[in-house]
Design a binder for this molecule. Structure first.
Ligand SMILES: *Cc1c(COP(=O)(O)O)cnc(C)c1O
Length: 447
């Protein structure tokens, strides 16, 4: 279909010699990165009529869900507004979020904090009420709301701790409550139904839940009435390979998701094309990776709790506390409608219907020196911040968050290693960390 004359200048030819191999409306301006090793073959032409008839008889419903109220396809104009990879990521992430029911629509951002900033921008807070473990969100929120006006024109919008807001009685219009479920790094679960009931006493309030530490198919946050928006750092479990930054806001309606996308166009917080592509790759296996990681986390937490209980003489005193829902909910936590209380067992079980908890756990060790040493001593894990990768990641969390955690705490994100190998590795590493701590004490005593 060469409708133009063949150019003779080399420069022109270098730019346009492949024009017939992929230009056209809605086609990208530059060559897309095609990494597939295999290609879909055409149907045998002589069988076309028989294939169509057999298909109509045996496959009346196509394998993929037909979205009844889908928007008609929009032309692609500029990748900050919409692009083919982003559309595919959002379709697949929406399907993951719909695991527990219809009515979940994912909008993707350039990072978890960009997603939280977008959710706050959407909610237009007059006051932000927070119960957070992740220090970055707290600092980020203060930046986002800087200069906004608070409950009345003379007060600035502020971040208020949940306890303070609860003590003040009913919430105020424009209050935005942001909580983590589970909390980073403690793994605690807030009493979401009670929090939702409290915040929704007042009209014009918003409840945002950061579910980064346990995405679907582990946790059904939208099952809690009153939750408006769910956010995840896709950098963690959704991405899952420690190779991309991303985030998502999940809305209950297509209309809210469309508004978030419109706002994202102007906030500019779309992921880069490569990151969106990597995230799409990752989402193909999230339902296999994350429950497997969660299962191993429970096995390791249970074993570490037996160390705390003194059942493993060799390791006595090395671990003093394990923070993981499998430990918290080993005994029944009684029902409560106190919004400040941790989730009772009934709430926790409803949130985690597959009975796998988060793949993140935290341990407190016998000393600060042991906690600093352990991440560097394990063989099957990396001493690094972040979480959610296929390889286990361990971090002496005090380094990132000295105000929030004790200096004996190690946060662990469990990867896809075999549990028996982790157990043997941790046995060696806990003993080695104890040696390091004793050597540090001996040296200090000698000084
Ligand atoms: C990592 C993390 C974030 C921030 O996500 P980024 O992708 O790093 O911006 C927010 N919330 C929680 C709970 C996190 O663990």
């Amino acid at each position: 279909m060469s409708h133009h004359a063949t150019p003779h200048g080399l420069a022109t030819r270098l730019l346009h010699a492949d024009a017939d191999l992929g230009l056209g409306t809605n086609q990208p301006v530059v060559a897309p990165l095609a990494v597939a090793t295999t290609y879909i073959q055409p149907e045998p032409a002589d069988l076309a009529a028989y294939l169509a008839a057999a298909r109509a008889k045996h496959f009346p419903q196509p394998a993929h869900a037909v979205v009844e109220d889908a928007e008609p396809a929009k032309p692609y104009i500029y990748s900050r507004m919409a692009n083919p990879t982003l559309d595919r990521v959002e379709a697949v992430l929406g399907a993951l979020e719909q695991y527990f029911g219809e009515g979940a629509h994912a909008v993707v951002y350039s990072s978890g904090l960009a997603a939280i900033a977008a959710a706050l921008h959407h909610a237009q807070p007059r006051r932000v009420i927070a119960r957070l473990g992740y220090h970055g969100t707290l600092f980020g929120m203060a930046e986002v709301i800087r200069g906004r006006s608070g409950p009345d024109a003379n007060t600035p919008c502020a971040v208020v701790p949940l306890e303070t807001a609860l003590a003040g009685g009913a919430p105020l219009p424009g209050d935005v409550l942001v909580v983590e479920s589970p909390s980073n790094p403690w793994g605690g679960l807030p009493n979401l139904p009670a929090l939702a009931a409290w915040v929704k006493q007042t009209e014009g309030t918003t409840l945002i839940v950061d579910a980064t530490l346990a995405p679907p198919p582990l946790q059904n946050i939208l099952g809690v009435k009153g939750v408006d928006l769910v956010v995840h750092s896709a950098t963690k479990y959704l991405g899952g390979h420690s190779d991309l930054l991303g985030g998502t806001v999940v809305a209950r309606s297509r209309a809210v998701a469309e508004t978030l996308r419109r706002e994202r166009t102007f906030l500019g917080a779309v992921p880069g094309n490569l990151e969106a592509w990597l995230l799409l790759r990752s989402l193909r296996t999230v339902h296999l990776r994350v429950p497997a990681q969660a299962k191993t986390a429970t096995q390791l937490a249970t074993w570490l709790q037996s160390v705390v209980n003194g059942e493993i003489t060799l390791l006595a005193g090395t671990v003093t506390k394990v923070h993981h829902a499998s430990v918290t909910y080993f005994d029944e936590v009684p029902d409560s409608d106190d919004p400040a209380a941790p989730a009772p067992s009934s709430v926790a079980r409803a949130l985690f219907p597959t009975e796998q908890w988060s793949p993140v756990l935290s341990v407190e060790l016998g000393s600060k020196a042991a906690a600093r040493a352990l991440p560097h001593l394990v063989s099957y894990g990396r001493a690094a911040t972040s979480l959610g990768g296929v390889e286990s990641l361990l971090e002496w969390r005090y380094q990132q968050d000295p105000k929030g955690v004790p200096d004996t705490l190690v946060r662990v994100s469990i990867g896809l290693e075999d549990f028996e190998d982790l157990k043997a590795d941790w046995t060696r590493a806990l003993l080695a960390a104890k040696d390091v701590a004793e050597a540090v004490v001996a040296e200090t005593d000698a000084e």
